[in-house]
Write a protein that binds this ligand. Structure first.
Ligand SMILES: Nc1ncnc2c1ncn2[C@@H]1O[C@H](COP(=O)(O)OP(=O)(O)OP(=O)(O)O)[C@@H](O)[C@H]1O
Ligand SMILES: [Mg+2]
Length: 370
């Protein structure tokens, strides 16, 4: 057992584990009393046990642990199901942190969401945000029509006005447009439509996103691609995935001054699995949207996927919430990798099963002639 980290360790109300790799297997080196209670097992009986067998966590833990070691920076994973033996899974927020001088040993904190709530990141706030969305959606729908009327009337008015007054009328038009846009985002977020998943070439979707970025919000950016041309098809809803990449590109543009660089990278890399009820899901297709901006504002860094969390003056905070909702519906995974001077959002997705790939080929229009 590691030297016990002291009184705080014992008093910590959150289950805490020390984890280190041994011959490629993550093992439990020790745990605190809260963890013993959580696991219904003694610390002595847990020591040396494979951590990810005793704790079945619905998140790519192997990867998260090795990345925490590589970057020596903590990683937060919210809303993961944690299973310990026979009990039904518990929804938890996880934190993985390197220990200052303990080499490969990591601290793994598993806060069941009820504890997480008591410790400040309140469940109430979150469910309030969720039910606020239902309300907002309804309001959005109701407000849009009269707004269109206001904008139309202002536009008509402005035609007959002197230049100084016209400026004011134009302001009304512009601002109403902004509100309509915001309302559309709220409506879109509330749209519960499940994805219509087919075999999709991610590069087609990325190119569509890149083109609309270049002519729109990303006009002042350099958007480079670094595609792996042999990337297999994924199983996805092309329109919803387009929305995902647009939102990420938009954030990356907003994080940097004009002239900044955004890179879109795709690659194939096995090893990332999600543990799902129907068995593990492999996510070997990765898309990264990388920018050279200053990174996430520290005070919201672990909440950016929650609705209405924004670090920008005019942000609605719905962009990433929508991204995470869509990716979850695709059984995919999203992660942020921050290092000095570089922020990367990585989306990981499954490969389309062979039968859907054949279907896609049969449907594709013939593009080559003899
Ligand atoms: N690439 C990035 N670099 C730095 N900060 C980012 C990046 N992407 C997101 N963020 C931060 O995360 C916050 C939440 O992003 P999100 O897309 O959910 O909302 P938003 O961009 O503020 O508003 P919306 O997308 O609805 O217009 C942003 O306000 C910003 O502070
Ligand atoms: Mg955004």
């Amino acid at each position: 057992m590691m030297p016990p980290p002291g009184a705080i360790w014992a008093a910590l109300p959150v289950p805490a584990f020390l984890v280190a790799p041994e011959n490629g297997v993550e093992r439990i080196l020790g745990c605190n009393p809260a963890a013993e209670l959580f696991m219904s097992a003694t610390s002595a009986s847990l020591e040396g046990e494979p951590a990810l067998d005793r704790l079945t966590i619905d998140a790519p833990m192997e990867e998260a642990l090795s990345r925490t070691r590589a970057n020596r920076a903590p990683i937060f994973i919210n809303d993961a199901d944690v299973c310990t033996g026979e009990r039904p899974p518990v929804l938890c927020n996880l934190q993985i942190a390197p220990l200052a001088e303990a080499g490969d040993t990591l601290l793994l904190l598993i806060a069941p969401r009820d504890i997480a709530g008591r410790l400040g990141r309140t469940q109430a706030t979150k469910s309030a945000a969720r039910s606020a969305i239902g309300m907002a959606e309804m309001l959005a729908h109701e407000i849009k029509n009269p707004l269109a009327g206001i904008a139309g009337a202002a536009q008509l008015l402005s035609m007959g006005l002197a230049p100084a007054d016209r400026e004011l009328a134009d302001l009304i038009v512009e601002e109403t447009r902004r509100i309509v846009k915001l309302l559309e985002q709220v409506e879109q977020f509330g749209d519960q439509r499940p994805p219509d998943r087919r075999a999709v070439n991610l590069h087609d979707v990325l190119e569509r996103a890149r083109r609309s970025a270049i002519v729109g919000f990303g006009a002042h950016m350099r958007i480079l691609d670094q595609y792996d041309p042999s990337l297999p098809l994924t199983l996805g809803d092309a329109d919803q995935l387009l929305q995902v990449f647009l939102n990420l590109l938009k954030n990356a543009s907003e994080a940097q001054p004009a002239g900044g660089t955004i890179r879109i990278r795709t690659f194939f890399e096995g090893g990332l699995h999600l543990r799902r009820k129907g068995g593990p899901v492999s996510l070997p297709l990765h898309v990264e949207v990388i920018d050279d901006g200053p990174g996430l504002p520290a005070e919201i860094a672990d909440e950016i996927f929650e609705p209405f969390v924004s670090g920008r003056e005019n942000g609605t905070g719905l962009g990433l919430a929508l991204v995470s909702k869509i990716i979850a519906a695709h059984e995919g995974w999203i992660e942020v990798d921050q290092r000095p001077g570089q922020t990367a959002f990585r989306i990981s997705l499954p490969v389309a099963p062979p039968e859907t790939q054949v279907e896609a080929q049969a449907e594709a229009p013939p593009d080559t002639k003899e």
